[in-house]
Write a protein that binds this ligand. Structure first.
Ligand code: TSB
Ligand code: ZN
Length: 585
């Protein structure tokens, strides 16, 4: 999809279309007042105050109709420069525009744009005439708080998009449709991966049996990898005292992302947003010599974060999540090597999953932001350079993001693009010189002196939640066989004649630890096949006379390609595909 905001032609065109929409709204709802209507990556939106009116689909259709009429009428769009006084006078009945004008600094050139009976305060630029805004579509609408603050009034927001040709518009709409199909919230529903319930709360998904199957496979997979790399896994509580988070610094630097604390007897607890403090204490439980390092403490750890209710999204952005977390305690001379091994593990995992479309982002501090980042320039420079060196030595392509580092150190993140919405971070590896000092961690060096270790925080999947969301979209729900919640589904053509054979195969597959389902409902075969296709079951076995009489199996792979196999052959085929964790069938 083209980035409309950055396109020289589409940007003004969409901007003008936003005004066209506002004009149409004003015709239909004369009391409407408008807040802001920016051009965004995929079109435009406009926030408006319609009093108590909540928009409906019918309203949107009427607005579109009115816009068509106005576009056809084809009024010129005229720019006018205003002094502050003139602007305040012109918009004196509109508190939203007054707010905008009052927030402009003295040097701002105030302009407004008019088309027929409609004038809007606007910086521009615009196209010459509303005639050019013919090929548009209003995409969706929702409530949106004034200035994004839930304490303010709820406004109505309408999103739309405009192109020069009907073909371009059509292509854009098709892409939106495809993205909806690929959205993990839809696939998650089709595959029974997760659900939400108001009684549990926003951003608190419940993993259903199918989701739990996938997650268990992911856990086993990464657990084995980490064990073979010398990680030691622990279980720790998902709460800690406020004092723990004061010691770590999260209470000062991360509080707005945490749930409020709760008092129990003489202790004050918080739901933990991160696991680092617990792992620091695990490290401190033993004395360590320089020879013991690196020590790698891993955990599949549940965390709670206060994400804004408007930001939570399926499994991708949740308030209760499970990190594939580990903290690596290293000597300063081991930083490079250990960081390198984490980066290699990330690459290794992405290869196993066939993930190709991602970007490495090296997040650095903003030298001027002394409030967010602890003040030790030498330490920061040192750390940032170490990470760069490793990335360069591995020939990795990355971009740098100033001001995106964690408060405790620079980090490397892997960015991916979800079906809908802005980019997200999956894997992360963060260098930290601060936390070990705050927890007074130490090891005995070769000369007998006490030294402070350095910590690397890393999560390869990020969270199981987010990774699952991403991978459902990446594969469009067609998970590799080893990961699929149901691997094989058996469909007897006719229950009267083929159920016995189907049952025999079902039992055999169960015995071989295959996640198998028998779909022998009374529905027609074509209906049942459609059901299994929606659930994206990798292998369907359709068993009829031929298969039963010859004791063979007919496989449909991902709903289309057909193969014939003997029973033994099929078991070998499954075992090989699963044990090698092949991406394809
Ligand atoms: C890696 N202390 C480190 C840890 O040791 C840490 O917590 N880092 S983090 O804040 O970046 O979170 C780790 C990963 O969790 C992120 O890279 C991201 O993939 C995932 N994540 C963060 N917030 C959410 C969320 N709200 N929902 C789902 N996943 C999330
Ligand atoms: Zn951490």
């Amino acid at each position: 999809m083209k980035n409309i905001k950055e396109d020289q032609r589409l940007m003004p065109l969409n901007h003008s279309c936003a005004h066209l929409m506002a004009q149409a709204v004003k015709h239909l709802f004369p009391d409407a007042k408008f807040w802001v209507g920016p051009v965004i990556e995929d079109g435009f939106y406009y926030d408006m105050d319609l009093g108590d009116k909540v928009l409906t689909e019918d309203d949107i259709a009427s607005i579109e109709k009115e816009m068509k009429k106005l576009a056809k009428d084809g009024k010129r769009i005229v720019r006018q420069e205003l002094s502050r006084e003139e602007a305040l006078e012109m918009f004196k009945d509109d508190p939203y525009k007054i707010d905008l004008i009052n927030n402009m600094d003295d040097n701002t050139n105030i302009t407004c744009y008019s088309q027929g009976d409609y004038t809007d305060l606007c910086r521009g630029p615009h196209v010459e005439s509303v005639k050019e805004c013919k090929n548009f579509k209003l995409i969706k609408f929702s409530g949106a708080y004034y200035k994004g603050d839930s304490k303010n009034k709820m406004l109505q927001r309408i999103y739309g998009v405009c192109y020069d040709t009907p073909e371009d518009l059509e292509a854009h709409l098709k892409e939106i449709e495809e993205a909806k199909e690929r959205d993990h919230r839809k696939i998650g529903k089709d595959l029974d991966i997760f659900m939400n319930h108001d009684l549990v709360g926003k951003g608190m998904p419940l993993w259903l049996p199918n989701g739990a199957r996938v997650r268990k496979q992911l856990e086993n997979y990464i657990y084995e990898k980490e064990q073979s790399l010398g990680y030691q896994h622990v279980y720790t509580p998902c709460v800690g005292t406020v004092d723990l988070y004061k010691t770590s610094g999260h209470w000062d630097h991360y509080k707005e992302n945490m749930f409020p604390s709760m008092k129990v007897e003489d202790e004050e607890f918080v739901l933990r947003p991160m696991n680092c403090p617990h792992h620091m204490l695990v490290y401190a439980n033993d004395l360590h010599s320089y020879r013991d390092l690196p020590i790698r403490i891993g955990e599949f750890a549940t965390d709670f974060r206060y994400e804004a209710s408007g930001a939570v999204k399926g499994l991708e952005r949740v308030r209760c999540m499970c990190q594939n977390d580990a903290h690596l305690f290293v000597r300063p001379d081991q930083i490079g090597e250990e960081f390198k091994s984490v980066v290699k593990l990330i690459l290794d995992v992405y290869t196993d999953f066939g993930i190709k479309d991602y970007k490495f982002r090296l997040s650095l501090r903003d030298k001027n932001d002394k409030e967010k980042y602890f003040d030790d320039d030498k330490m920061w420079d040192n750390a940032e350079n170490k990470l760069r060196e490793v990335l360069d030595s591995l020939n990795i392509d990355y971009f740098e993001a100033v001001g995106e580092a964690a408060f405790y150190g620079p980090k490397l993140d892997v960015e991916v693009k979800p079906a809908v919405g802005p980019e997200i971070t999956l894997s992360t590896c963060q260098l930290d010189f601060l936390l070990p000092r705050r927890f007074e961690l130490s090891y005995i060096d070769s000369d007998g002196s006490k030294k402070t270790p350095v910590v690397l925080h890393r999560a390869i999947f990020g969270t199981f939640d987010r990774f699952t969301a991403f991978y459902l979209e990446e594969t469009k729900g067609n998970l590799p066989l080893w990961l699929a919640p149901i691997q094989v589904s058996i469909l007897p053509v006719n229950n009267e004649y083929h159920l016995e054979y189907a049952n025999e195969i079902y039992e055999l597959l169960k015995k071989n630890n295959i996640r198998v389902e028998l779909n022998a409902s009374n529905e027609k075969l074509s209906y049942r096949m459609r059901e299994e296709q929606i659930k994206k079951i990798p292998i369907m076995l359709v068993l009829g006379n031929n298969e039963r009489d010859e004791r063979t199996l007919t496989l449909r792979l991902h709903g289309n390609e057909q193969k014939n196999m003997k029973i033994d052959e099929f078991i070998t085929y499954l075992n090989e595909n699963i044990s090698k964790k092949k991406i394809d069938l």
